[in-house]
Design a protein around this ligand. Structure first.
Ligand code: MLT
Length: 207
């Protein structure tokens, strides 16, 4: 059963899972994507998991995003803080409505960046996160206690949007907050490939 609704103030899809041992996934798309973008990836890497997939509410032209940016890689951090709280509250409402435990975020690009912001600003919301082509979201990150939370960062060594040092800084920030970070830099650009899918599936089977 699949439905698209707006009553928790985010257009979203919820697909109930068939395997209660699997954590639900919170799927967060990239710029210009929508709530359907990552469904098939989610089904592939976490078979049987419930999938909760909202559409970002900020429009850049016609392209949905999860928060505003001033330029590529330069974020409107006041907006980011507010949108992070909105998304966190949506997750709480959706958990109540659908009867879910805390999800693992699976975010790509802009979606990975707001997932990193969720970890740092509202750490109680996520059980963990897989961050695909993510950047440091806050110039001055809030102090979070992420003790033991599993985080996978898959960056692209040839990514023209996320400099290598930025992905490394994100891994360091999350690790210093106590998260159990695994960071892999793949011989890839900003787009995802088979290597991402394999690593994601393995990591999710362990977490
Ligand atoms: C962002 O704006 O979140 C990053 O630059 C990634 C992107 O969406 O292009």
């Amino acid at each position: 059963m699949t439905g698209t609704t707006v009553d928790t103030d985010f257009i979203h899809v919820f697909e109930p899972g068939s395997d209660p041992a699997r954590r639900p996934l919170l799927l967060l798309h990239g710029t210009g994507g929508d709530e359907r973008d990552l469904l098939s990836l989610g089904r592939t890497v976490a078979p049987g998991a419930s999938l909760l997939s909202p559409r970002g509410k900020v429009l850049e032209g016609a392209a949905p995003r999860f928060f505003r940016r001033l330029a590529e890689g330069v974020f409107d951090e006041a907006d980011l803080r507010q949108r992070t709280d909105e998304l966190a509250d949506f997750v709480l409402l959706a958990r109540e409505r659908y009867g879910l435990p805390a999800p693992i975020a699976l975010g790509f690009s802009n979606g990975a960046n707001i997932a990193a912001a969720l970890l740092l600003q509202r750490p109680e919301i996520l059980a963990g996160a897989a961050l695909l082509r993510a950047m440091v979201p806050f110039a001055e990150p809030p102090r979070a206690d992420l003790t033991g939370k599993p985080v996978l960062i898959l960056s692209g060594a040839l990514d023209p949007i996320v400099p290598k040092a930025n992905a490394e800084a994100l891994a360091r920030q999350l690790g210093e907050s106590g998260a159990a970070v695994e960071h892999r830099a793949l011989p890839a650009g900003h787009g995802l490939g088979q290597a991402d899918i394999g690593l994601l599936g393995d990591w999710l089977a362990r977490n």
